[in-house]
Design a binder for this molecule. Structure first.
Ligand code: AHR
Length: 348
């Protein structure tokens, strides 16, 4: 009898030990699988051996933006990199959600176009803790630089300076006040801040240049059209644009979409703007055509073709290398003085 209960006790101890060992083994397996998966590129959807890039785009507010997205997709395909894409539809909250989903998915690299400068610290800390490097594309942010690997995009300051240099040169023989009306893009975005700053930095060298008003057009064609329509309606004159009764000598528009919207209104109301200097940024085909037709005076290029460079950076990072803190794309300026026959099709 005593022997029997001893035997039962032994069996119980043995099965508990087996059970605990099995649990420990399972935990160990899960832990190893998680870590080796991350390092060897076989976690999440990496079974096909491809690098996975989580990319959050802000939307499709302009032809520039559409080309920017296409460029990234084309380059990813050429480099055999898999993209998990999210279109944030112009909302930062959607970008935050997208980045968090990329973290859960354990992508290899995250790239995103920050719609505005602030509000990224928490999500980027989460990415950092998950060991996922982040590349900023097209726009910059206000955050601790250790939270992202680097930035790839345009030099907005220089774009603003280029616009202003054209203006200074164009008005070099002019005396008297030159009144400038500015249509800027999405509020609180780095690109707007830089284009405004660079422009102001150069015009500040001559006090005849004065910005009489700045209006936020959110980079949208519809807004550009509306802003200029409101101007025309409030002080209608056939011979130019006016702001609160004052003649506008120059319109500095932060992107082509707004500029094209402005041209829509100018045309709809039959306003003669041949004496209005119009400067735009982006260099979409339609605005280059408008430049050649004499409707614009200067178009500063902002190059949307960031895909090939982005893929190079993604591969560098995935190999464990550091990337430059800032990589600017090459950009130029188109003006009314150019030989238009030498222009190549823009592709956007
Ligand atoms: O951030 C780049 C700007 O955003 C482009 O100039 C504009 O067209 C786009 O929507």
């Amino acid at each position: 009898m005593q022997n029997k209960s001893k035997k039962i006790k032994l069996i119980k101890i043995f099965s508990s030990a087996v059970f605990i060992a099995a649990i420990l083994f399972l935990l160990l397996f899960l832990f190893l699988n998680r870590n080796t998966g991350k390092n060897s590129g076989q976690n999440s959807a990496e079974q096909n051996g491809k690098l996975i890039l989580g990319f959050s785009q802000i939307g499709s507010e302009s032809a520039w933006r559409t080309r920017n997205t296409q460029s990234i997709f084309e380059a990813a395909m050429e480099n055999d990199i898999q993209i998990i894409f999210d279109d944030a539809q112009q909302k930062q909250e959607n970008q935050l959600k997208a980045i968090r989903s990329f973290i859960v998915y354990q992508v290899d690299v995250i790239a995103f176009v920050p719609i505005v400068e602030d509000g990224w610290d928490n999500v980027l800390t989460e990415a950092k803790e998950a060991g996922i490097p982040v590349i900023l594309v097209d726009r910059q942010i206000n955050a601790d630089p250790s939270l992202y690997a680097g930035f790839l995009g345009e030099d907005g300051l220089e774009e603003g300076r280029r616009a202003a240099r054209f203006l200074l040169n164009k008005c070099r023989n002019r005396t008297g006040k030159v009144s400038i009306y500015e249509m800027s893009g999405t509020e609180n975005s780095s690109v707007v801040r830089d284009r405004a700053r660079g422009f102001r930095e150069i015009i500040a060298t001559d006090s005849k240049f004065q910005i009489i008003h700045s209006e936020d057009g959110d980079f949208l064609r519809s807004r550009g059209k509306e802003i200029i329509e409101n101007l025309i309606k409030s002080s209608y004159r056939k011979d130019g644009l006016f702001f609160e009764g004052e003649r506008i000598d120059v319109v500095y528009s932060h992107n082509d979409s707004m500029t094209l919207g402005m041209l829509d209104s100018i045309e709809n109301y039959g306003i003669n703007t041949k004496n209005t200097i119009i400067i735009s940024v982006d260099a979409e085909q339609k605005s280059i055509d408008a430049l050649a037709e004499g409707k614009l005076n200067c178009v500063v290029e902002c190059n949307p073709n960031l895909g090939p460079k982005l893929m190079e950076l993604v591969k560098e990072i995935a190999e464990g290398n550091e990337i430059p803190r800032i990589t600017y794309n090459n950009e130029t300026v188109f003006t009314e003085n150019d030989d238009f026959s030498t222009y190549e099709p823009r592709g956007y």
